[in-house]
Design a protein around this ligand. Structure first.
Ligand code: ADP
Ligand code: MG
Length: 300
């Protein structure tokens, strides 16, 4: 059996079996970041993401933006937990033939982004490799009352997404803004039941919320904000790397949220959480109910 036959998520399921955790780990594998015991009123949140040349970027892309992206994808995961990023370690593999200027620019992207988000760059590792590879691990903190997991969605919740979905490979994947301030506003002012950032595709990532929360959902095609860069609706909801937030809250909170939302980044109410027995549906523009699956971006 080859990895591509089981896929990324089944591999992670296998990896996560048989791991014994201490009482200091509040949440292990299975959310956007691990959650660790810290102080009386805060948790640590700990995440890592890796970018590989020809997979997540190309050598011809601006190295500054590649460095920026490497940190922003991690910030996006901390945002999805309701937290703020604090400390980063950066590991890079670079070919010996690479221009020094390229490496400098890549790091300038990382350092400028760290400065912008008040993240301390405290270490890393450097190796020689044929393809450029960048891995960042990011440690952040979250007030206990602000922590949001993937597993808290409740029947009747409204489902929201920030920004627009699809076509990110045309350039947005290198220039997106992680939704930290939006997430902090949400978790500071509303009872957000569940949240995730869209890295694997809207369907796949909403699928993670449904699976972890043991719920179903119905999505309204007419409300899903599709980017003008997207080829079509189908690819927009399946392609990855949007780095928008998907979150759910009760109808009462949703109405209050729509009134109070202060940002330029728009939010759209794209669906409703259902009981698990009701399944996962898309209500098309012509009001037809179509069963959908959470198959998104496949990594193998
Ligand atoms: P995200 O897109 O939010 O980074 P992923 O879909 O990549 O999340 O991963 C899902 C969960 O599996 C996360 O909790 C992540 O930390 C964990 N995970 C992914 N790869 C590994 C691995 N190789 N070993 C341990 N945990 C992993
Ligand atoms: Mg994530």
């Amino acid at each position: 059996m080859k990895l591509r036959q089981i896929g990324e998520f089944n591999l992670i399921d296998r990896i996560s079996k048989g791991i014994r955790l201490s009482r200091d780990t509040i949440k292990g594998i299975g959310d956007d970041a691990g959650v660790l015991r810290y102080t009386k009123d805060r948790f640590l949140v700990f995440t890592t993401d890796m970018l590989l040349e020809d997979r997540h970027f190309y050598r011809k892309d601006k190295p500054y933006l590649i460095g920026r992206k490497a940190l922003c994808v991690n910030i996006s995961d901390i945002a999805a937990m309701g937290g703020v990023p604090k400390y980063a370690v950066v590991s890079i593999g670079l070919p010996g033939s690479l221009d020094v200027k390229y490496a400098d620019e890549l790091y300038r992207g990382i350092k400028d982004t760290a400065k912008k988000y008040h993240i301390d760059l405290v270490g890393g590792d450097t190796i020689c490799s044929e393809r450029i590879i960048i891995n960042i691990a990011l440690l952040g903190e979250v007030e206990k009352h602000r922590l949001v997991l993937r597993s808290g969605a409740k029947n009747g919740d409204d489902i929201f997404v920030t920004g627009k979905i699809g076509g990110s490979f045309k350039g947005r994947h290198l220039s997106f803004t992680p939704r930290i301030k939006e997430a902090r506003f949400l978790t500071g002012n509303f009872n957000v039941h569940s949240m995730i950032d869209v890295s694997d595709g809207l369907m796949a990532d909403l699928g993670h919320i449904l699976k972890m929360s043991k719920t179903g959902a119905v999505l309204f095609e007419k409300n899903i904000p599709i980017s003008k860069d997207a080829e079509n609706f189908e690819s927009a909801i399946r392609d990855g790397e949007d780095f928008e937030l998907v979150f759910t809250l009760s109808r009462k909170e949703a109405l209050r949220l729509i009134k109070l939302w202060p940002f330029k980044t728009n939010i759209s109410r794209i669906g409703k959480i259902l009981n698990i027995e009701e399944g996962f549906y898309l209500e098309t523009k012509d009001k037809v109910l179509r069963r959908i699956t959470s198959k998104g971006f496949v990594h193998f």
